[in-house]
Design a protein around this ligand. Structure first.
Ligand code: AP5
Ligand code: MG
Ligand code: ZN
Length: 217
């Protein structure tokens, strides 16, 4: 099963991805997480990506397509994959189609989490992520059992640099509306798009996504 999880910054992609990969035994491919790992390791790609990410801008398509092409060739993808935060431009969506054709794979579902812009800001400013495993929490909506500590791995919870100022968040939303929204039309045109209300509770959103992935229409 190949699933693309879409939605604006803060819509809950990472939060839902954690649950989907457990329930459906697919790998989680988050281009955002991959870039943050490259930054932490100080690789040349990480250094380049950091300049864009810290301003809230999308990283160039070639860099991102390279990450995805490499990951999709690994053997554990055979059971299925959940793409989180990719594709984010129509050019990336077209490149993904080419990659999948070569690999003999196809997209089963594109799920879009719909959340109002006002709520996105609250979600992003209250978010904390685990420095070690990347798990996402929210001070108010999804607090960890122990403040500042990851439930899963005991890692330290920090604020993501691109969540730190309203200006960066505004740039990310702007990038989303101009470059990523058109990708929804691309997939709607192929009959693959499923809209899910992302405003509900985390459990309710998960249950809506699970219904889509189980083929219930
Ligand atoms: P990326 O890491 O993908 O960030 P994003 O798209 O901005 O999305 P977020 O991770 O911020 O939000 P999310 O939807 O995962 O929400 P979450 O579950 O954490 O990308 C970062 C950057 O990398 C980009 O800006 C770009 O520079 C670069 N990049 C990545 N991919 C790229 C690509 N393909 N092309 C080019 N550049 C790329 O939830 C948010 C908060 O809300 C959390 O606190 C959570 O606890 C809370 N929450 C979640 N669900 C609910 C709910 N139902 N109710 C209440 N609270 C909730
Ligand atoms: Mg995320
Ligand atoms: Zn952790």
């Amino acid at each position: 099963m190949l699933v693309i999880l879409m939605g604006p910054p803060g819509a809950g992609k990472g939060t839902q991805a954690e649950r989907i990969v457990k329930e459906f035994s697919v790998i989680h491919l988050s281009t955002g997480d991959a870039l943050r790992a490259a930054i932490a390791q100080g690789t040349p790609m990480g250094k380049l990506a950091k300049e864009y990410m810290n301003k809230g801008l999308l990283v160039p398509d070639e860099v991102i397509n390279g990450i995805v092409a490499e990951r999709l060739q690994q053997p554990d993808v055979a059971h299925g994959a959940l793409l989180d935060g990719y594709p984010r431009t129509v050019a990336q969506a077209e490149e993904l189609d080419k990659m999948l054709k070569e690999l003999g794979k196809y997209i089963d579902f594109v799920v879009n989490l719909e959340v109002d812009a006002n709520n996105l800001l609250r979600r992003l400013t209250g978010r904390r992520i685990c420095k070690s495993c990347g798990s996402s929490y929210h001070l108010e909506f999804n607090p960890p059992k122990q403040p500042g500590v990851c439930d899963h791995c005991g890692g330290e919870l920090i604020q993501r640099p691109d969540d730190e100022s309203e200006e960066k968040v505004a740039t990310r939303l702007d990038e989303y509306f101009t470059k990523t929204k058109p990708v929804l039309h691309y997939y709607a045109g192929k009959g693959l798009l499923h809209q899910v209300n992302g405003e509900d509770s985390i459990d309710e959103v998960f249950s809506s996504i699970a219904s889509v992935l189980r083929g219930a229409r």
